[in-house]
Every structure is written in C-alpha cells, then in structure tokens.
Ligand binder design. Structure first.
Ligand SMILES: [Zn+2]
Length: 356
C-alpha cells in the first residue's frame, strides 16, 4: 500500500517503522514536500500538531477519495476531529491512534452510591477501606486474596489453602465479584451461600474473610489480572492468587499469560504480589489434592469434571464425587439447580478452573 505520512514526529515515525516492516511503501513529508507526500496515496496519515492542521491540509491539496487517518490531538489548541473531518471533506477521514479529548477532570472523589451492590449483598459487599479495617482488626500482616466468580469447588479451596501455606499467611480474603458474568453463570447469592458454607466447615475459624465487590467481569485475561491485583492492593492484601488462565474466556489467552504479565510490568510497580499457581485437582495416584506443578501423573489418574458433566449430574440428582466438591456445597447448588425451569438448566454452567 502507498502511505504518505504528514508529520515527522513520534507518532509519524513510529507508524512509518511499523508499516514499512509490514511491507508498505511509506513516505514521510518534510515541511516542503507535503503536496507530493499526499499525492496519489492509498492512505495519508495526519500526524502534525492540531494547530498546524489547517496549513498542512491546504498544502496537501484536495485528497479526493483518499483515506486520511487523523492521529492528531488538540490538547494545546487547534481543531478537533470533527472540524478536521470537515476541513478534508473530499477525503475519507478516520480518527485513530489518538482519541484523547481535551478535557480532564481532577479533584477529590466523592462516592454518591455503590450502585445496587450494597443493597443486594449487604452481608458481602465491602469497600476497600472496610476490608482494610477488618484486616487490621484481625491483626493480619500477610493476607492472600482470592478472586472468584464461581462457587468454590475443592480445586478452588485448595488454591487458597496452598497459597496460605506457601506464604505462611495470617489470613485469606475471598473476594467475590458481584457484578455481571457470562450468561448462565451461577448467580451471586447462590455462590455466596456455597462459599460461606465451605469456609465455615473447612477452614479454621477467623482465618478467612468472605467479601465481595461491585465489578463486572471483563474477560481481559492478563490485563485484568493486573487490574485485579490493584484492587487487592487497595483493600490491603499482600498477595493475590493468580491461577491458570485468570479472567480468561475459552482458549483466547494462553494458560499462563496472566502469570507472565507480572514479569513484564515494571518491578515494584505493585505492592501486592501475585501468587502464581497452576491448576489443582484430585489425583487418585497421589491420593489427594495436587497441582500440575507437583503431580507427575496424567489425566487418566486425575479427577477431571467438565462443566457439562457436572451440570448433568446435578440436574439428574446423580452423585458427584466428594473429591470434586464438598457435599455441603453440592447441596446448595443442587437446590438452586432443581429450582430452575428445564429450559434454564441447559444454560447454567458450573465450571471451575478444574472443570475442563
Ligand atoms: Zn498425581
């Protein structure tokens, strides 16, 4: 493709490098070569200060039918995107690479409300400051946080236990996402009840806090893992458990992308440390819960339950192995599941990260 770049600044030069590497024929203008750089091109990139756009477009000619990519911003004055599109009315103007507005707001933040979260989940919803206070009240110094959007089966329970053990943590905060999920995921109140029951029966008293926060899943994989770590830093957790394919969807991200990203961000940019743990499962040969890091056996020796299979078992009232999920947790899920109309049941997913 023939590409003419108007403006030899950082944006113009960076894009010229990339486009040349991608095999395009790229020309960058100087002050004196605007007309010839813009002439007979498939695409013209506008990468000059906005204040200079009028002058540069006048020198560039009509640009009849040319695709013009407007990468300018008018932070220090000049026309905005709409005005530039009007100025180059015979071209096809596309705004890209720079869509920042020229208005920024700053000042103290006042929270007007917590949306529906504090009303619908009064026992579970906590602000970051409230969680900090309760961590302080417990006297916990090392705190691992577990992000979850699912009921906790034994694999999830094991992740928390493993993380607490590994870090010799004083406590754990199970931090549930109370916002929107994928259609068919288990609703927050059922998940909440199942998690509370599991903690009550299988963790020592006063070692686990069950809380939730108002946020929707973004399924942004590794980037969301970093965002999740920032949330946990704000609420005072020293560690965040990052399992396999954290905040992933389908097989869109690599299984360990959310682990690697913590090695790519600048060191010390986060106080909360990631606890990178591979998936966990029951292994018959190991004779207990194991992780992919420590168990040498293969899938045939491991208890692997797909979401579909679990759904089938629950809807048919069949036994689910106690090695997969605690019976008390299953009872809560079963009750929810039996209350659903037949057509809704098909939609429900009970997947955990151990459910493959
Ligand atoms: Zn094993």
């Amino acid at each position: 493709m023939q590409i003419g770049i108007l403006g030899g600044g950082r944006v113009g030069v960076s894009l010229a490098r990339r486009w040349t590497a991608a095999g395009h024929d790229v020309t960058i203008s100087t002050r004196d070569t605007i007309a010839e750089t813009a002439a007979d091109k498939d695409v013209v990139l506008l990468a000059v200060p906005a204040a200079a756009v009028g002058e540069v477009l006048a020198a560039a000619g009509a640009l009849e039918g040319t695709v013009v990519i407007d990468a300018t911003n008018n932070l220090s004055g000049g026309p905005d995107g709409a005005a530039i599109a009007a100025m180059a009315s015979r071209a096809h103007v596309v705004k890209a690479f720079n869509t920042v507005g020229n208005t920024f707001i700053s000042g103290p933040i006042q929270v007007l409300n917590y949306s529906y979260f504090d009303k619908e989940f009064p026992e579970t919803f906590r602000t970051a400051m409230q969680i900090r206070e309760s961590i302080e009240k417990h006297g916990w110094k090392k705190v691992v946080a577990f992000q979850t959007r699912n009921p906790m089966h034994r694999a999830h329970e094991e992740l928390v236990r493993m993380a607490m053990d590994r870090e010799k943590a004083d406590g754990a905060v199970i931090h549930m996402l109370l916002g929107k999920l994928k259609p068919g995921d288990i609703p927050a109140d059922v998940r909440d009840a199942a998690i509370r029951k599991m903690v009550e029966l299988y963790f020592p008293p006063n070692t686990v806090e069950i809380t939730g926060y108002g946020f929707d899943m973004l399924y942004a994989g590794p980037r969301e893992a970093v965002l999740h770590a920032v949330f946990r830093q704000n609420m005072g957790a020293t560690h965040l458990i990052v399992g396999r394919d954290h905040a992933g969807v389908g097989s869109y991200y690599g299984p360990f992308d959310a682990h690697h990203i913590f090695d790519e961000i600048p060191e010390d940019s986060l106080e909360t440390r990631p606890l990178k743990i591979d998936w966990t499962f029951w292994c018959y040969k190991c004779g207990g819960m194991a992780s992919a890091r420590t168990c040498p056996h293969d899938d045939a020796d491991r208890l692997l339950v797909s979401g579909t299979k679990l759904r089938k078992w629950l809807s048919e009232g069949a036994e689910v192995p106690a090695e997969f999920s605690r019976p008390e947790v299953l009872a809560i899920l079963r009750e929810y599941y039996e209350g659903l109309a037949a057509h809704e049941r098909v939609e429900v997913k009970l997947s955990g990260h151990s459910a493959r």
